[in-house]
Design a protein around this ligand. Structure first.
Ligand code: CA
Length: 740
């Protein structure tokens, strides 16, 4: 090695080294954020609030390592709106989320409005990777899925609650629900698709949280760990039930077991942070989304009045603690009222991330460190729109109107149980409280959607609520012709069974490129509105086998894979126009899906080939190709080819392969332009595509071919789990309107 190159190499090592150091410093400046949210847990159902019959040693670790909030509030007394407040850092009534959303998977409005930004999205701009685990309840339409709202990963369910045992998950996904509460019985989702989970749900969510920490530690991350426990239905495994033989009441015993399962999960998360040495670089919040519905799930709000859904303290005053070892004091009790809205503001500021919208919370860290004194909030507010109930707390006084036409004032410092109604006078700050509430209320929006309590009314207004097709498959977009064009041919693949034989025929056996698959009609089927070309690992005898043949199509005794290729040859062809294909490709190793056209006259390549899409491995890298080919003097192919690294697509959209995409060819006498999701990938100038004899293969009609090849350019499929599926939602051809 010459001195020059050695020095260059050393410089490279030094640069790489300094980059790593830079990353570490960066990671220390931006702490990881973990929000552990329980569902319907009572104020007094954690050890740090004095619980006697349910030990919660791990949840208590958070309070012991950090700060317990003795006046910690959420922004609403039931799940959905409270969560909308937490995840946006804004009072949910500011954006019309004043009701618990219905599970209505076809309704874009049942969920968090797109005007709002979730914490995951804000943090992503500061380099955070995030996951949402467990209960979502922020919208069941696919535009509202966690990966659409700024999370990088999701593992959980969309509905407002869920069955705890896998054997109860009898529905594949929200496409199969017929009633609001069917949402409790769906399989869990990973990202945008469904999975086959085997564990008790609480254990599964804890496992996923630990796995995320293991995978993401080293760069800043955010975990929204939203356990559905201990929300009804009350279900627990023997492992946890056996810990509570001392509790005789069966309901309370099961509830205790569910809380204990959460506590174990919290322990696993905290242990993992410690094991990886990142505890001091991670801020962990713990809270419940609303007070316990005591009658319903046997929770206990202790001295607080009433529970879930009430604006008395039992509904909105929750167990709440935070740890950030080495940064905020340990074992401290913080008494000023704080809000779940403060989680967002704190996290965003620590992450140096700028939220899109104005926040209602405050960064609590300076208060907890004692750098700022006094109350973080001049007042906290609550509104139940439909009932016209409200509450405001400022200082120690709380004004509330609840299940009554009259206002009440309580002094919470002296009377946290809200037993002594005070006079509505200025000594008790009545007019100030009322005025501050009115000022806040004037900034709010009416609810944008009908909520859980109005499910029947909603069903009447939306008779099609549960009539839907799988959101994982098709979009059922209506064909829309470009200006001056009309739809002249289409296959929407909307009839179950085999592809329409008026349009399509099948390729058979070994066909080209020494690919591994045996093409057969069996592997092409239409189901739920899409064409599925399925690659299978199965051995098929080669009908044309000749032991000593030099032809690879004959000298292979068997095929180890089967797949399908269908084409419109002799059934449909077109010349010029727009060909649009909506498809979802299997991007795993070994797969080589394609959309192409071939000229009807002459042999390949003189007939002309257009590849709207090919996906295959080249030089060890997956690529998406957009090509055209014609012939040279030797009857070999001349290519005009664009090859784009597949990572270019997935780096912007991690779940790119989970989705359908639109491949489009715009073909005129002058050019062919090939697009993917409206991005031009290649333009072929047709003045240059002449065969040596002067024949232009792109001035003749072409037929369409859809296929899933395996092996060859697709790469080695031996490590890939089969089947592999290539799905096509539709094929449409638009042509210029004929002038009459
Ligand atoms: Ca809840």
């Amino acid at each position: 090695m010459s001195g020059f190159y050695r020095n260059l190499l050393l410089l490279g090592i030094a640069l790489v080294g300094s980059l790593f150091v830079g990353n570490n410093i960066n990671a220390q400046i931006k702490p990881n954020v973990i929000v552990i949210l329980t569902d319907d847990q009572g104020y007094a159902d954690v050890g740090f609030n004095g619980c006697k019959d349910i030990p919660t040693p791990n949840i208590d670790r958070i309070a012991n390592n950090g700060v317990k909030f003795s006046n910690g509030y959420v922004t609403y007394a039931v799940c959905g709106p409270s969560r909308a407040g937490i995840i946006t850092g804004r009072y949910q009534d500011r954006f019309g989320f004043g009701r618990n959303p219905l599970l209505a998977p076809q309704d874009t409005t049942q969920g968090l409005p797109l005007s709002e930004e979730m914490l995951a999205k804000t943090l992503s701009r500061s380099g955070y990777t995030s996951t949402a685990l467990g209960k979502w309840h922020l919208g069941g339409h696919k535009s509202q899925y966690p990966l659409k709202r700024g999370f990088d990963e999701f593992y959980g369910f969309l509905s407002g609650g869920h069955q705890y045992f896998p054997e109860k998950w009898t529905l594949n996904d929200v496409t199969e629900i017929k009633t609001q509460f069917d949402g409790y019985n769906t399989r869990l989702m990973r990202d945008n698709g469904r999975v086959y989970e085997k564990e008790y749900i609480t254990d599964a969510l804890s496992r996923e949280a630990v796995s995320f920490i293991e995978r993401k530690a080293g760069a800043p991350f955010f975990i929204y760990l939203a356990y559905n426990a201990p929300h009804a239905p009350l279900q627990a495994t023997k492992k946890y039930l056996d810990r509570f033989t001392h509790i005789k009441d069966k309901k309370r015993k099961t509830y205790a077991a569910m809380v204990s399962a959460v506590d174990d999960g919290v322990g696993l998360v905290l242990d993992k942070l410690e094991e990886l040495g990142i505890s001091e670089n991670t801020i962990v919040f713990f809270l419940s989304d609303n007070g316990g519905p005591e009658q319903h799930n046997a929770s206990d709000n202790g001295v607080l009045r009433e529970g879930k859904s009430s604006l008395y303290e039992g509904g909105i005053h929750v167990p709440f603690a935070v740890q950030w070892p080495g940064q905020i004091p340990a074992g401290k009790v913080y008494e000023y009222p704080v809000s779940s809205l403060d989680i967002f503001a704190t996290a965003a500021e620590l992450a140096k991330a700028t939220p899109k919208n104005k926040l209602d919370g405050v960064n609590l860290v300076p208060y907890l460190k004692g750098e700022k004194t006094g109350a973080p909030h001049s007042a906290l507010f609550w509104r139940k729109f439909d009932q016209k109930f409200y509450a405001v707390r400022s200082g120690n006084n709380k004004l509330i109107r609840y299940k009554s036409d009259t206002d009440e004032i309580y002094n919470l410092e002296k009377d946290i149980s809200e037993t002594q109604v005070l006079d509505l006078n200025d000594e008790n700050h009545y007019s100030d409280l009322k005025a501050s509430y009115k000022a806040w209320e004037s900034e709010l929006k009416d609810p944008l959607f009908l909520g859980l309590r109005l499910s029947k009314k909603y069903n009447k207004q939306h008779p099609e609520r549960f009539k839907m097709q799988s959101p994982y498959l098709i979009d059922t977009r209506i064909a829309k012709a470009p200006k001056g064009y009309e739809l002249t041919w289409a296959d929407e693949f909307d009839k179950e069974g085999k592809p329409n034989d008026k349009y399509w025929s099948y390729e058979e056996g070994f066909v080209r490129n020494k690919e591994l698959q045996w093409y057969q009609a069996d592997n092409a089927n239409v189901s739920k509105g899409v064409l599925q070309l399925e690659g299978k690992k199965e051995i098929v005898k080669n009908k044309n086998y000749k032991k000593k043949s030099k032809n690879w199509r004959k000298n292979r005794k068997t095929a180890e894979y089967t797949s399908a290729s269908i084409k419109t040859r002799n059934k449909f062809s077109f010349q010029y126009g727009v060909l649009e294909v909506r498809a979802k490709i299997d991007s795993r190793m070994g797969m080589w899906p394609a959309i192409w056209t071939l000229g009807v006259d002459k042999k390949w390549p003189a007939n002309g080939e257009i590849d709207l899409m090919e996906f295959y491995q080249q030089d060890g890298e997956a690529k998406i190709l957009a090509n055209a080919a014609w012939a040279n003097e030797k009857q070999q192919a001349v290519w005009d080819s664009e090859k784009i690294a597949y990572s270019e697509f997935t780096k912007h959209e991690l779940d790119w392969a989970e989705k359908f995409h639109i491949w489009k060819m715009d073909w005129t006498e002058e050019y062919i332009r090939l697009y993917l999701d409206d991005v031009l990938l290649n333009e072929i100038d047709l003045s240059k595509t002449l065969n040596p004899d002067g024949f232009n293969p792109f001035h003749q009609p072409h037929y369409i071919l859809l296929n899933l090849a395996i092996g060859s350019n697709g790469g080695d499929p031996s490590q890939t789990k089969f089947p592999g599926t290539y799905e096509v939602d539709y094929v449409r051809v638009y042509q210029k309107k004929q002038v009459k």
